[in-house]
Write a protein that binds this ligand. Structure first.
Ligand SMILES: Cc1ncc(COP(=O)(O)O)c(C=O)c1O
Length: 386
């Protein structure tokens, strides 16, 4: 096919840090609370604003606590795991790299005795009906490296005794989350709203708070993870009194992203934008014989981290065939068409295109024929040349 002549307006398709919102420029940081204490009234108000706007957009119940925490989503997940686990047995769900990472944490680092690992390969989900509501469960809402998400929260019992700990970083602001089924939910700013790295968010249900106040883990807890003092929740953390010093530039940027989300119509509009991106890719996959989604089931196909596998590498075999997706991504990078669309390093070879809310469907549409062109250059051209 001929080389397309039109490039996407914005060529940013990375799965994190993700594209900034349309129209973003560093000028949005002009009002940042810089060079001042984040504990002064104005600084605290900025931090509180992130919490309040996030809560309102996401529809987080009034009785849930929401905090800004250090170390991005990883920090938020670790905080939840180290603070909450150990009171009961735990079911760990893992179907890609990040979920597997949390299994390592719980089994090898925390060394919990009663750990059940429910696993699946890239492209699949484990059997969610096996999750035992009497046990805690740790899972990733959207497996960013396989593009497989849980289809909904129907498999989580309303009357569960265990806690649900959900790494939702590549789902929140792009997918509907059933808050009443989730007890500890984490995300980072650098994902769906295109914010900056370094800061995470942790939402806790009343039952999670009850666990924090009624249970002391047998292991030491670094200061950076501590959410209680003298057996009581440190409420200030959930009002913007962060455990340690945040970047107020990142805070300002997060506020800008949240205001944009409100302006375009809130969560329904964010979800719609992300679904539109998936729809563009799905139509292209349908019409293209050599590519498929890594996610086997349409219902669990991510609209954010859209992962694709090549089913036919044309003239290429062996190592060259394995390298084909990387070479396609490399060619599109050199052409200045799309950046960071190679699959994750631990995932099967493939392409991963971010379709979160900050990406315009029109850019996604313009990208598709470029992938087709690059495929022909990489996979078919050697045959033509030979
Ligand atoms: C599902 C999931 N969990 C955790 C992380 C780690 O996030 P962070 O780098 O923001 O800590 C990522 C990052 O891509 C992710 O996609």
């Amino acid at each position: 096919m001929p080389r397309p002549d039109r490039k996407p307006n914005r060529t940013l398709f990375s799965s994190g840090p993700c594209a900034k919102r349309p129209g973003w420029s560093p000028a949005v940081l002009a009002d940042a609370w810089t060079g001042r204490s984040h504990r002064a009234a104005g600084g605290k108000a900025k931090l509180r604003e992130v919490i309040d706007r996030s809560r309102a957009i996401l529809g987080i119940p009034e009785d849930y606590r929401l905090a800004i925490v250090p170390a991005s989503d990883t920090g938020a997940v670790e905080m939840a795991l180290w603070s909450l686990l150990g009171a009961r047995g735990v079911d760990m769900l893992a179907w890609e790299s990040f979920g597997r990472g949390w299994v390592t944490d719980v089994a090898a680092q925390l060394k919990l005795d009663d750990v059940r690992v429910l696993e699946a390969d890239y492209g699949d989900l484990p059997d969610l009906d096996e999750v035992d509501p009497d046990r805690d469960v740790v899972f990733t809402w959207n497996g960013t490296t396989s593009g497989v998400c849980v289809p909904n929260g129907d498999w989580i019992a309303a009357g569960r005794a265990g806690l649900t700990i959900c790494d939702a970083t590549s789902a929140v602001f792009a997918m509907d989350l059933p808050w009443d089924r989730l007890d500890a939910v984490t995300w980072s700013w650098q994902k769906v709203l295109g914010g900056e790295g370094a800061h995470g968010m942790l939402a806790l249900s009343p039952r999670a708070v009850e666990r924090l106040e009624g249970y002391t883990p047998p292991w030491p807890l670094p200061k950076i993870f501590r959410l209680t003092r003298g057996g009581k929740l440190i409420e200030g953390v959930f009002r913007g009194e962060t455990i340690n010093t945040p970047s107020m530039l990142c805070v300002e940027d997060a506020i800008d992203a949240l205001k944009w989300a409100e302006e375009i119509g809130g969560l329904p509009a964010l979800i719609k934008r992300s679904r539109a991106n998936l729809a563009v890719v799905a139509a292209w996959v349908d019409a293209t014989p050599w590519v498929e989604f890594l996610a086997k089931e349409a219902a669990s196909r991510s609209s954010t981290s859209i992962c694709l596998a090549l089913t036919d590498t044309g003239a290429l075999t062996g190592d060259a065939a394995v390298a084909a997706p990387k070479d396609i991504a490399g060619l599109l990078d050199r052409e200045g068409v799309a950046f960071d669309i190679g699959g994750y390093r631990d995932a099967p070879p493939g392409l991963r295109v971010w379709g979160g809310a900050t990406v315009d469907a029109l850019d996604m549409q313009v990208l598709m024929p470029w992938i087709g062109w690059a495929y022909e250059e990489i996979c078919l051209a050697p045959a033509a040349a030979g």
